[in-house]
Design a protein around this ligand. Structure first.
Ligand code: NI
Length: 227
């Protein structure tokens, strides 16, 4: 499931992120890529332990925490700490690749299975040309380029790329989620059931049927979740 979630970051967050990024120590993005990915990766990344990374991580996690759509769609079990990358100038693309299945969290023994990938755009699409996130999905290639502060979720299994940036810089935050529900098809069914229940409640209030279907939602979640 490919899903756009608007307004993860507020205009105030984005202003603070812009200030933090102005003095940020960018490094070669290839240092964290797998062997296949390193051959097609050409971007810049922030170190995990710099001030800008820490402040942007905190604001993104806070933005996600309050977002019901994110929780319903991702059913997060573990999250990889968000990283920040930049495309532009001589380091302006990341060719087709599939992300590594397992990621070790820097600084501790935890591992995250990358069921879902998430990108949060940190600057305006007016700031740069190109830089679309191109995701191969069942219905063909989807091109994603969102306003600052908006996020996209897509299955970790997808072949994807960031197309070359030909003007300006594209700055984004990205991370992976290990979901309570491993399969994308099952997560999608749960998300659709949850969202439609929400709409039914808005229209009709609580009814016998919404109560029963909420039970069905939880019974499916119980069957499929791995805690
Ligand atoms: Ni990737």
């Amino acid at each position: 499931m490919l899903l756009t979630i608007p307004h993860i970051l507020s205009p105030k967050d984005l202003l603070a992120a812009g200030k933090a990024l102005a003095a940020a120590p960018w490094t070669d993005g290839r240092s964290t890529a797998g062997i296949q990915a390193a051959q097609v990766k050409n971007n810049e990344q922030l170190p995990d332990d710099c001030e800008a990374t820490r402040s942007i991580q905190a604001m993104v996690l806070k933005g996600l925490e309050g977002n019901a759509t994110f929780f319903s769609a991702a059913l997060p079990k573990k999250m990889f700490p968000p990283r920040i990358n930049r495309y532009g100038g001589g380091s302006n693309f990341y060719g087709n690749h599939v992300d590594n299945a397992i990621r070790a969290v820097p600084g501790n023994a935890q591992r995250v299975r990358t069921d879902i990938s998430c990108t949060v755009f940190l600057n305006s699409p007016d700031d740069y040309d190109g830089g679309e996130l191109a995701i191969a999905d069942t219905y063909g290639e989807q091109l994603i380029k969102l306003p600052a502060g908006h996020a996209v979720l897509y299955p970790g299994t997808s072949l994807h790329q960031v197309r070359p940036v030909s003007r300006g810089h594209r700055v984004a935050c990205f991370f992976w989620i290990e979901s309570l529900v491993r399969g994308d098809d099952q997560r999608r069914l749960l998300y659709e059931l949850d969202m439609n229940l929400l709409r039914l409640r808005e229209r009709h209030g609580e009814t016998l049927e919404t109560t029963a279907l909420t039970g069905t939602y939880h019974n499916l979640l119980r069957m499929w979740a791995d805690t």
